[in-house]
Design a protein around this ligand. Structure first.
Ligand code: ATP
Length: 738
């Protein structure tokens, strides 16, 4: 690695773009006071990542930007580019040339670049640390700070030595690891706090989930019972319904048969009534006929009797010619007539008419007898008439027999018809009784049907409830692997089963767990807790691995530091002897106690008395102590050295440190200011010796030092406050002068 060039644009007094190339081992920067020489050293420091504005002699970022000073135009940004030849890949990148850049704007924004690409500060720091260009500043010695290493405390000294030994990369790695470790610890605390935060809720959710599990068990039991119940119940309902339907069918059929029979009986009974009526009519008719015949007969007999009387009378007249002795006066007749008339009015008209007729006949006969001439003829006539009447009576008698026979027949028919009617009535009563029985059976059937309908509705209700309380699988109860029974015993079992089902339902209701929401939430919170637990495990593992890395790095630093320190001591002794013509100088590792506040804030420098105030702690701090022993002088404490002696001692130490692990370049800003001529010469010798391994940029007013440089940059500043560059290659100048 070789320093190639530095380009400043708008940086401090360098308004215009100014390029310094570093081709020679030693480059000297010279110029009058205030011309801008130190600004160049600061440009190096700044571009390498310096964060302290104070060490750059500024307060704000814009103090680094050319401010227009004596007339030059104010600019808005400043930039510094530092270019290295990286063919040896000392910088751990593939590029053969590396340019590190930094820009600052008036708003204070900083931009870092590596080969033109914007990067983070830490990328720059990491890159430099790997190339022994740490920020401790041992490679850039500021004006007046040559003895800084002598003034520094033991810990800072150690840092400088570590930097010089190239251990800063490890330190940087340790610091990065420590940052990560701190972050990890914070994360662990954060994660632990998050776990603690969710722990009560998780506990609650776990309890709820337990309840849900219990609920699930209850639900499983409910499901099992439901399946058994539903299957048995459906079988029972199906069979009962089938049996009721068949019974109903039979009952309907029986009733229909009865109705038909009853209808038929009614039909049969009606003609019987009619017949009965006819027969009764016929009987009355026959009786009337008989009565009329008999009345006619007696009438005929009466007529015969009259004829017999007439005939007897006529025969007597013939024999004795004696007239009848009846002697009725006119008044008697009149009286008789009136009686008769009264009788007529009384309604016995037929009888009376016959009496009157008979009477008048008798009257007529008696007159006629008086006046008759031919009795024989009359007699004969009457006998004939008598004979006719007797014949008529015979005829009537004959007819009476017929009537009687007919009456007998009719009575028989009537008797039979009545018997048939009675039989029909009896049958009808029987059928009606049976119909009443059937109706009773139907009523019973109806009540059983009603009961079954209620059971069917209850079944449907249970099915729906089961579907809601358990799941849809309930609907497949028919496939449940159990045998269903329908006998009475199983009905009792069913009742008992349903009671258990009801109890389970109540218990489930009482538990009142909203399983859906809780389970989802529990899953989420449990997953989150698991995630956090895993995070904790990972973080703990990463803590262990970081602690291991830190421990290893520290061990490595210790090892390399001890080795490096021995080498530095060898060189320190050599350069010290060269500077002072003898004496002793060495660096020693020192571990000393340091009082700190319990809060870990540093309080004091070590006092050595180890006295403790109650809220203080002692922390062991290790660092570097410088031991010197000047020749011919009893000076052992650094504080006792003169200014020149301090400068010589620090130069000897700086050079010794640079010898062990030579940095790519060293910038020494008037480090030689306090040296007398003789020592300037020795300083020049050491500078030349150092230049074998590191490029040197020497800002100086010292001619001796200038004479050791191959290139001299002259810096001037005009009235415009702008630094300008003038380069002189001494060889060319010497040749030119010759
Ligand atoms: P000496 O030899 O006395 O040490 P020097 O050459 O090292 O002097 P510097 O300290 O590098 O001089 O430069 C200081 C000069 O830079 C001053 O003149 C100062 O005004 C100028 N300067 C510093 N910051 C700015 C800035 N932001 N803009 C313009 N000029 C600035």
């Amino acid at each position: 690695m070789r320093l190639k060039e530095l380009t400043l644009t708008g940086f401090k007094s360098f308004n215009k773009k100014t390029v310094l190339t570093f081709d020679a081992p030693i480059t000297s920067v010279v110029g009058p006071n205030g011309s801008g020489k130190s600004n160049i050293a600061e440009a190096f420091r700044w571009v390498l990542g310096e964060q302290s504005l104070k060490s750059l002699r500024g307060k704000r970022g814009e103090d680094l930007i050319f401010n227009g000073g004596g007339g030059g135009q104010k600019v808005n940004w400043a930039s510094v580019l530092l270019t290295f030849d990286n063919q040896d890949h000392k910088f751990n990148v593939d590029f053969p040339e590396l340019t590190i850049g930094r820009e600052v704007h008036r708003d204070g924004t900083n931009v870092y670049t590596i080969n033109g690409s914007e990067v983070r500060l830490r990328d720059v720091v990491e890159l430099l640390a790997g190339a022994t260009l740490g920020a401790s500043g041992h490679t850039i010695i500021r004006q007046g700070e040559a003895d800084r290493i002598l003034n520094a405390d033991i810990a800072s000294r150690r840092e400088m030595v570590e930097d010089a030994l190239g251990l800063r990369l490890y330190q940087w790695k340790i610091s990065e690891s420590e940052k990560k470790l701190t972050k990890t610890e914070e994360n662990i605390k954060q994660v632990e706090s998050l776990r603690r935060e969710i722990a009560p809720h998780l506990k609650f959710l776990r309890r709820e989930v337990e309840k849900i599990k219990k609920t699930d068990e209850l639900r499983a039991e409910l499901k099992r019972l439901y399946l058994v119940y539903l299957k048995i119940e459906s079988g029972y309902l199906k069979n009962t319904r089938a049996s009721l339907n068949s019974e109903k069918h039979q009952l309907d059929s029986d009733k229909k048969t009865l109705e038909i029979k009853l209808g038929a009986l009614k039909h049969e009974a009606n003609p019987s009534e009619e017949k009965l009526k006819n027969l009764r009519g016929a009987l009355i008719q026959t009786a009337n006929g008989l009565r009329d015949g008999r009345e006619k007969c007696s009438d005929l007999e009466r007529q015969i009797g009259r004829l017999e009387g007439i005939i007897q009378f006529k025969s007597e007249i013939k024999t004795s010619a004696v007239l009848p002795t009846e002697n009725l006066s006119r008044d008697q007749v009149q009286t008789l007539t009136e009686e008769i008339e009264q009788l007529v009015e009384g309604g016995f008209w037929q009888k009376i008419r016959e009496l009157i007729k008979d009477f008048w006949q008798k009257i007529d006969q008696r007159e006629r007898a008086v006046g008759a001439d031919n009795h024989e003829e009359e007699l004969h006539k009457f006998k004939t008439e008598q004979s006719d009447l007797e014949n008529k009576i015979k005829l009537i008698k004959n007819q009476e027999a017929d009537w009687l026979k007919k009456e007998g027949e009719i009575n028989l028919a009537l008797e039979q018809t009545l018997a048939l009617a009675r039989e029909a009535d009896r049958e009808s009563y029987e059928l009606l009784a049976r119909r009443r029985e059937e109706d009773a059976k139907l009523a019973l059937w109806q009540s059983r049907d009603d009961k079954l309908k209620i059971e069917e509705l209850a079944f449907e209700r249970e099915l729906k409830e089961g579907e809601v309380l358990v799941d849809k699988e309930i609907l497949n109860y028919r496939e449940a692997p159990i045998s269903s029974g329908t006998n009475e015993e199983s009905r009792d079992e069913q009742t008992a089963r349903l009671r258990v089902i009801e109890k389970l339902k109540i218990r489930l209701e009482d538990m009142g767990v909203d399983s859906g929401g809780v389970l989802t939430e529990h899953k989420q919170v449990e997953a989150r807790d698991e995630f956090l637990a895993k995070e904790l495990t990972d973080l703990a593992a990463s803590r262990v691995s970081l602690e291991t890395v830190i421990a290893e790095l520290r061990a490595r630093i210790d090892e390399e530091f001890t080795e490096g320190l021995q080498k530095i001591n060898l060189n320190f002794q050599k350069f010290f002897t060269l500077m002072f013509g003898g004496g002793e100088a060495s660096l020693k590792v020192l571990t000393e106690p340091k009082r700190v506040r319990a809060s870990s804030a540093e309080t004091d420098e070590p006092t050595g008395d180890n006295l403790m105030i109650p809220d203080e702690e002692v922390e062991m701090r290790s660092g570097i102590e410088i031991k010197i022993n000047l020749p011919k002088k009893r000076i052992r404490a650094l504080e006792m050295l003169s200014g020149g002696e301090r400068a010589l001692t620090s130069i000897a130490l700086l050079f010794a440190m640079s010898q062990v692990n030579p940095p790519p370049f060293l910038i020494l800003d008037e480090t030689d200011a306090a040296l007398d001529e003789a020592n300037s010469c020795k300083y020049g010798d050491m500078v030349e010796s150092l230049a074998k391994h590191s490029q040197l940029i020497l800002i100086t007013h010292n001619r001796e030092t200038m004479s050791r440089a191959q290139v001299i940059y002259g810096i001037t500043m005009g009235a415009d406050g702008i630094s300008r560059l003038l380069s002189i290659k001494l060889d060319d100048a010497t040749a030119f002068a010759k």
